[in-house]
Design a protein around this ligand. Structure first.
Ligand code: DMJ
Length: 445
């Protein structure tokens, strides 16, 4: 009898503190939603019809000479997932009435693909309005000339009206982070040209890997020669690896699967670094494989998610612990640290999502409540240090917490979406039914 009472009391105590209580998770999703509305209402008030809000000067910024509605397109599917029907409807009307790609502007192929093409395709799959697909197809066609280089690897920039290209020195991420969007466009339009171009681009990078299987940071798409031979999983390379894996899953593509498997072997053999008590991934020369820089940063924090998606939960969990340590150095995440001494080497924080994305994947696969607690820390710190009267602001310095006058569209597309999905469980999206592009736009598997 006494034992039974003890067990009942233990269960009551455990359920009181358990993070998985529906109310707690529900409260967290409501909190994220209200922060989303705080930022979106500020965008509406001061930057409507423009690309981004400038949250301190309360004005707007366009990336090019004309707006491409970067924030509304990037934010739309998050509104749908959060059930923000009125906001989604007004964003949709704005996109339908005002978005046109018939503009004489030279745009960055990578950014426009992940934010706009990815956003439109996801919008079409979630909402069903054909206009989204029409816009995506028009955009896809205007981006295609980017691939007309001697190697088939895309130039950095392409003019949306004339098709004129520029920027011959680019990087594996910008070359290789196109297949989820271009491949989905092929699937939905039944026109294989987009998939084929994006796959060839990936293959051309892979073909140029070193003898030990690593790729460098910069490459010339005209000559096919490496312009920088530093190898890492950080910015400029990061999502090339992400798309080898995601492309292989999304299109059941065995070539991509083989390329991912070979690549991850080399990454783990040469870049994996556990010499300092925690797991990190460092920077090495692509030919020698010798680590010569112990830097890690907020962009690299996407890697636990990729490891988890690839089935390596062990390394994913360890790396996420390290990422969380990086977040905690200053109470919010710096752009870069030296992991050998845990010193901040670049104090910027641009409202990046990657560490939250990884917490979301890990919670999904492990159901370990510590990832929910991490998520709560992320949200509270964001509110504490980045929230402004009107919107959210990047930080110039995570130590002094001095703000910067910018709020990137990925704050809506990724940062707040992954926070919401982390607490929402599997209510709105089942991870085994979609692939998120690198800007967190889900497309159906
Ligand atoms: C996003 O645009 C994408 O996640 C990209 O892959 C990397 N950088 C930003 C977010 O940090």
């Amino acid at each position: 009898m006494c034992l039974i009472r003890l067990i009942v009391i233990a269960i009551l105590i455990a359920s009181h503190f358990s993070y998985t209580q529906t109310m707690n998770k529900k409260e967290m999703t409501e909190k994220v939603k209200s922060e989303f509305l705080h930022a979106w209402n500020a965008y509406k008030k001061y930057a409507w019809k423009h690309d981004d809000l400038k949250p301190l000067s309360k004005t707007y910024k366009d990336w090019y000479s004309e707006s491409l509605l970067m924030t509304p397109v990037d934010a739309f599917d998050t509104m749908i997932l959060m059930g923000l029907k009125n906001e989604a409807e007004e964003a949709k009307q704005l996109i339908k009435e005002s978005l046109s790609f018939d503009k004489d502007i030279s745009v960055k192929n990578f950014e426009i693909t992940i934010r706009l093409l990815g956003g439109l395709l996801s919008a079409y799959e979630l909402d069903g309005d054909k206009k989204f697909l029409e816009l995506a197809e028009d955009l896809g066609n205007r981006l295609l000339p980017a691939f007309d280089s001697p190697t088939g690897m895309p130039y950095t920039y392409v003019n949306l009206k004339t098709g004129k290209t520029s920027g011959e020195v680019t990087n594996p991420a910008e070359i290789g982070t196109l297949i989820v969007e271009f491949g989905t466009l092929s699937k939905l339009t039944k026109n294989s040209v987009y998939f084929n171009k994006a796959k060839k681009a990936l293959i051309e990078v892979y073909k140029r890997r070193s003898k030990i299987g690593l790729v460098g940071t910069f490459i010339n798409v005209n000559t096919g020669e490496w312009a920088n031979r530093s190898s890492h999983i950080s910015g400029c390379i990061d999502s090339y690896y992400e798309y080898l894996l995601k492309g292989s899953i999304l299109f059941k593509d065995n070539d991509l699967k083989k390329m991912w498997k070979e690549s991850i072997k080399s990454i783990n053999k040469y870049l994996r670094d556990d010499r300092y008590g925690n797991l990190w991934y460092g920077t090495a020369n692509m030919d020698s494989g010798k680590i010569n820089e112990t830097s890690y940063g907020s962009l690299d924090a996407f890697f636990p998610a990729v490891l988890a998606l690839g089935g390596d939960l062990k390394n994913a969990k360890l790396l996420q612990e390290s990422c969380f340590k990086m977040w905690q150095i200053a109470g919010i995440e710096p752009e870069q640290i030296d992991y050998s001494n845990m010193k901040i080497t670049n104090p910027y924080y641009v409202l990046r999502p990657e560490i939250i994305e990884s917490a979301y994947y890990l919670y999904n696969y492990t159901k370990d409540e510590k990832y929910l607690r991490m998520g709560e820390t992320f949200l509270n710190d964001l509110i504490k240090y980045c929230k402004t009267d009107e919107g959210y602001a990047a930080l110039k310095n995570v130590i002094t917490k001095e703000k910067d006058d910018q709020m990137e569209s990925f704050f809506f597309a990724e940062t707040l979406k992954y926070l919401y999905l982390l607490f929402d469980g599997e209510n709105t999206v089942k991870l085994d039914k979609v692939i998120f592009n690198t800007e967190a736009h889900p497309v159906k598997r």
